[in-house]
Design a protein around this ligand. Structure first.
Ligand code: HEC
Length: 128
């Protein structure tokens, strides 16, 4: 009986904790929680209004970020086909290097994201 109760608690947390993570990812994506960012090589912090993912990644200015575009095996920037996982997604945000080792344009800012922020962002973009 006690074991069952613990299991129910764990499973309950699991479901609702995942929702929390995805919601945090959405807040980060929209800039409601801000992230430190800069244009590579300039060493000057970007103002929060300029670093929101949603500014660029919800129109024609930048690639769509969703489950199909990130987890699918596709050629990016004329590189060999590649797909993202959480580690390569975080690496791209920090360094601009994609899973095929191609560097993205400088218009894509470089971010100081910690593990939890990056995990949340990845959970959000791959949830849609
Ligand atoms: C100022 C505009 C801008 C902002 C803000 C921005 N991006 Fe980007 N991002 C781009 C552009 C443009 C590219 C494509 C660059 C290229 O192809 O060289 C890109 C590429 C990417 C890629 C690579 C996609 C692929 O298919 O390889 C990911 C992942 C990404 N951005 C995530 C994010 C996230 C997460 C944020 C917010 C934390 C963000 N971007 C904010 C413009 C932006």
């Amino acid at each position: 009986m006690r074991v069952a109760a613990v299991l129910v608690l764990m499973l309950g947390c699991r479901a609702s904790c995942d929702v929390d993570v995805t919601q945090r990812g959405e807040r980060l994506f929209r800039g409601e929680e801000s992230l430190a960012a800069e244009v590579q090589g300039q060493g000057v912090p970007l103002p929060a209004e300029a670093s929101r993912c949603v500014n660029c990644h919800s129109g024609p200015a930048a690639p769509a970020l969703d489950r199909a575009s990130l987890l699918g095996r596709v050629s990016r920037r004329n590189g060999p086909p590649s797909r993202y996982d959480e580690a390569s997604f975080c690496a791209l945000l920090r360094s601009g290097v994609d899973p095929a080792l191609v560097v993205v344009l400088r218009v894509m800012p470089r971010y100081e994201v910690d593990e939890a922020q990056c995990h949340a962002l990845f959970a959000f973009v791959t949830s849609r």
